[in-house]
Design a protein around this ligand. Structure first.
Ligand SMILES: Cc1ncc(COP(=O)(O)O)c(C=O)c1O
Length: 414
């Protein structure tokens, strides 16, 4: 059988430059010091030159770590069955996954739509809310990130992603996250379909929203017969300690959005979990909002394995999250000049640096010292830590040591 060999490091960087973007090539070359990804497992990535890095980044996809054995086994088994659905016939893996996911919410969320990315779950929820209410305006939050497809981008506030694309969906209003009356003020015109929020603004700098304010928003949107949508693409599935931050806060959302880690860090899988009322347009017409890979059995097999594995690793994750939180507080105390704030919960933490733009330089230096983090796409001074649940306490200590050394090294910036 003919085989195509993977690119050499030099070729891979050259392809990035030639066919993707010179910026991506430069970042990859500098961060990897010329080496590229070779292998991954748990909380580590091994490079082509044999160097091993701790991975607390990967945009939060690897909540179970890289190549979790339970997910790998489930995928291998599904490959022997029907990994690609006909879409006309019922597929048992897809339906089993739907049942398992819905079990984790209270009975009011009984309908499900499946996709591949966080953004497509956002798009589906926007269409449902607009179609169901016949109203077009959506309320989002200042500093929110819901993705970069055109509809999701209209809800996202990052100016660099929006530049040159106006007008996006015009009927979007961004709410002040500190204003409990923000929804009440907006719904009086009678044109609001939904309010959408992230329980913790992720790309916006890891900023938890006040649950009492969110509760008020949900009550006010319900009083106006609109929908409340909780975007838990990043914060859900136990990333912040609880399976669903909005349900744990007693918010009673009409829709919860999931993505990223739902496919076990191996398969693209997203979901809208919705009430009968919000889901009504897709219930009435099953072809109204579909996509080729929606409910893909291979992705759903990974999702099933993920749901079964999460409770097993949750107790350890809680301990590791507590160790990390304490360690970051000490780090901030010891580096008062460099670190303005440390925020987060569970396994989602942000380190806000004292200088704007410092996060980019810090990310590269951290990678050189052996720790991969993600940037916050809408906050250039915040480093985001998204360690997997399988991270050991030793690996947390190692990460904290690398962070401390990097803050010392970057002292001249602050
Ligand atoms: C809260 C939230 N919603 C939606 C998205 C978009 O997800 P994706 O990049 O998978 O399309 C993201 C991505 O970071 C996110 O953090």
């Amino acid at each position: 059988m003919p085989r195509v060999a993977p690119s050499s490091p030099k070729d891979a960087i050259a392809v990035l430059k030639r066919h993707f973007s010179p910026g991506a090539a430069l970042a990859a070359k500098v961060a990897g010091m010329g080496a590229i990804e070779a292998e991954a497992g748990g909380a580590t990535v091994t490079l082509s030159n044999g160097r091993r890095l701790l991975d607390f980044g990967s945009y939060g996809v690897t909540l179970l770590g890289h190549r979790h054995p339970a997910v790998v086994t489930a995928l291998t088994r599904e490959m022997e069955r029907v990994p690609t659905a006909t879409r006309l016939l019922a597929n048992p893996t897809t339906t089993a996954f739907a049942v398992e996911l819905l079990k984790r919410y209270d009975g009011s969320l009984s309908r499900i739509w499946l996709g591949s990315d966080g953004s497509d779950a956002v798009e589906a929820s926007l269409k449902l809310a607009r179609r169901r209410t016949g109203r077009m305006r959506i309320l989002s939050v200042e500093g929110a990130f819901h993705g970069k497809t055109l509809g999701a981008l209209a809800l996202t506030t990052g100016p660099s992603f929006r530049a040159g694309l106006d007008p996006l969906l015009k009927e979007v209003t961004h709410l002040c996250p500190e204003d409990p009356l923000a929804v009440r003020k907006e719904v009086s015109r009678g044109d609001v379909a939904a309010v959408i929020f992230e329980p913790v603004l992720g790309e916006g700098g890891v900023r938890p929203l006040d649950p009492s304010i969110l509760r008020r928003w949900v009550d006010d949107i319900h009083a106006a017969e609109g929908f409340a949508i909780s975007d838990e693409v990043q914060t859900g599935l136990g990333r912040c300690g609880m399976f669903s931050p909005s349900m744990s806060a007693g918010l009673e959302p009409d829709g919860v959005l999931l993505g990223k880690a739902l496919g076990g860090g191996l398969m693209p899988l997203s979901a809208v979990v919705a009430t009968e009322s919000l889901a009504a347009p897709m219930v009435a017409d099953p072809t109204w909002h579909t996509c080729s890979f929606g409910g893909h059995p291979l992705a759903c097999a990974a999702g099933l394995a993920t749901l079964a594995t999460l409770p097993e690793v949750q107790p350890h994750a809680q301990e590791v999250g507590a160790v990390l939180g304490r360690g970051l507080t000490v780090l901030a105390e010891n580096h008062g000049d460099a670190i303005k704030d440390v925020r987060g919960a569970g396994l989602m933490w942000g380190i806000e640096l004292a200088s704007p733009g410092a996060a980019g330089v810090a990310l590269i230096e951290l990678a050189h010292r052996g720790l991969l983090l993600s940037p916050c796409l809408s906050s250039d001074r915040t480093l985001r830590l998204l360690p997997p649940m399988v991270t050991s306490e030793e690996q947390v200590d190692q990460a904290l040591e690398i962070l401390s050394g990097t803050m010392d090294y970057l002292q001249p910036f602050f």
